[in-house]
Design a protein around this ligand. Structure first.
Ligand code: FAD
Length: 466
């Protein structure tokens, strides 16, 4: 009898424990369900998810299988498929954000009540959240001790891609294009299409290229937004087009090959784990201040003109504006940029981190519920192991430090330049006409004086009641 493999954020054939288990049990019916959780995603992530589904469906076809697409409530769809195919079990790889976990727990219980097997497997993380404990038995709220604990752990080798047997009859499938997953984007789909790198093969090539050519200078170059110094694998890890285990093993192999900077790469992978472990143990990190007391902090929560300027890359602070435009056009932003624009929004502009979190969720092709929430709360000061609130990044000196020749800001800011770069002009092609912006505009003066913004933030912090 067939087994249903419920595909979610695991668009890969190799190192896929649920798929291996399904293949060992019988013919496999892979299904992707467009449910409320998928529908609720922001514009760019939903578009990118759709491209992931498309390429994974092709990979399954090439392996003699198919990807069945269905829309609706996950449990109802799975029950329909069980009835249509005669399957006696459903398998999937686990997710750890609170919304997915609540759904999955309910689905598992209901299927079991129906007498259907329901099994979940590890694969989205290196370490299951309940397997990493402090000496006193709790979870880690600070990154460095967690890193020290796990860095020497044995991580099993990635699993090979299994041979997938097809069922005698295939159930009906929706057409992906009918779902319109790219329709909610503000920008045309061709804007992001030029920047995405989709699928398991592409992800594997990306990892190989990074390990071969860039990891040896990772410690220095990873902080420079104008240098292609990082792996860019967040996009693929988010959709499970490559497993963290595959990346981890490639990292340690590079260390043995005399590329010590690869240890920092492995450490960054553990930041991703840290975010998910926190989301698992303290789900409030996703949508509430993680630290007690911050609810009374005088954040602005309105869509003010300053918020609009921040979103549109028109704050008059070149590092902030360059990074915001880079994200709008490419769907990604360098980590240094993310830290600076987040610090600027939450401190210089005193705006709630949830405003930034939501805008990132709408714009990023590597949007990840746990890393995005942790990144915002870390920057705002309300999160675990956060940068102390009084540490306000100076966006001007950061530019001098991390973009010394000005290449990064020139790449993204056209205003005031005799011969603007193609990338800086691409921004004006990508944004909606309704924003009323043109490369011939004058570059704005800072909407908030950096020194005054800093003082205002520190004053509010000093006067807090918690
Ligand atoms: P590399 O430098 O090559 O690192 C390798 C991998 O390690 C990354 O692909 C990523 O999976 C992980 N990683 C690296 N840094 C971090 C980090 N600080 N936190 C968690 N994981 C990390 N990352 C996302 O994947 N999705 C998000 O939605 C997201 N939102 C963020 C929001 C803010 C405000 C901040 C400050 C950071 C956010 N990050 C997010 C983390 C980080 O910026 C990106 O993971 C990184 O820039 C991705 O580039 P890369 O793949 O080239 O990373």
């Amino acid at each position: 009898t067939p087994v249903i493999y419920w595909v979610r954020r695991d668009f890969r054939l190799s190192d896929n424990a649920a798929l291996v288990a399904a293949c060992e049990a019988g013919p496999v019916v892979p299904v992707f369900i467009c449910d409320d959780i998928v529908e609720a995603q922001g514009g760019a992530p939903k578009f990118r998810l759709g491209e992931g589904v498309r390429v994974f469906a092709e990979a399954l076809e090439a392996a003699g299988s198919r990807l069945i697409l269905r829309r609706g409530d996950a449990l109802a769809v799975l029950r329909d498929l069980v009835a249509e195919t005669g399957a006696t079990s459903v398998v999937w790889n686990r997710l750890y954000d609170p919304v997915s976990k609540a759904r999955d727990t309910a689905v598992k219980a209901a299927l079991k009540d129906d007498g259907i097997g329901a099994d979940s497997f590890a694969g989205h993380l290196l370490f299951e959240p309940w397997t990493v404990e402090t000496k006193t038995g709790g979870f880690y709220k600070v990154f460095t001790p967690m890193w020290k604990l796990v860095r020497g752990r044995d991580v099993a080798a990635p699993l090979s891609a299994p041979k997938i047997n097809a069922p005698g009859d295939w159930p009906a499938s929706d057409l992906l294009d009918d779902w319109g997953l790219g329709d909610a984007m503000r920008r045309g789909r061709d804007v992001l299409t030029a920047h995405i790198c989709v699928g398991e093969d592409a992800a594997r090539d990306r990892l190989g290229d990074f390990i071969k050519n860039r990891v040896q200078r990772y410690d220095t170059n990873r902080d420079l937004p104008s240098v292609d110094g990082t792996s860019r694998l967040s996009e693929n890890l988010t959709y499970g087009e490559i497993s963290p285990r595959t990346c981890w093993h490639a990292g340690w192999a590079a260390i043995h090959d005399g590329k010590p900077d690869a240890e920092t790469f492995c450490k960054e992978l553990v930041w991703r784990e840290f975010a998910y472990h926190l989301a698992h143990h303290t789900p409030r990190i996703i949508d509430q201040n993680w630290k007690e007391g911050w609810d009374d902090f005088p954040w602005n929560t309105e869509e003010t003109a300053e918020v609009t300027a921040w979103k549109q890359g028109r704050t008059g602070i070149p590092f902030v504006d360059a990074a915001m435009r880079e994200m709008y056009v490419t769907g990604t932003m360098h980590n240094r940029g993310r830290m600076i624009v987040a610090s600027y929004l939450t401190k210089h502009l005193m705006c709630h981190w949830k405003i930034g979190q939501a805008w990132f969720e709408d714009c990023l092709i590597d949007w990840d519920p746990a890393s995005n929430a942790m990144g915002w709360q870390w920057s705002a000061g309300s999160g675990p192991d956060a940068t102390p609130y009084f540490r306000v990044f100076n966006p001007v000196s950061q530019l001098e430090k991390f973009d010394r020749g000005g290449n990064y800001s020139r790449a993204w800011i056209a205003e005031g330049q005799g011969t603007p770069t193609d990338t800086s002009l691409a921004y004006f092609d990508a944004i909606p006409k309704s924003w009323g912006l043109s490369p011939q505009d004058k570059y704005p003066r800072p909407i908030v004086d950096p020194a005054q913004g800093r003082e205002r933030a520190l004053e509010a912090y000093k006067n807090r009641t918690f």
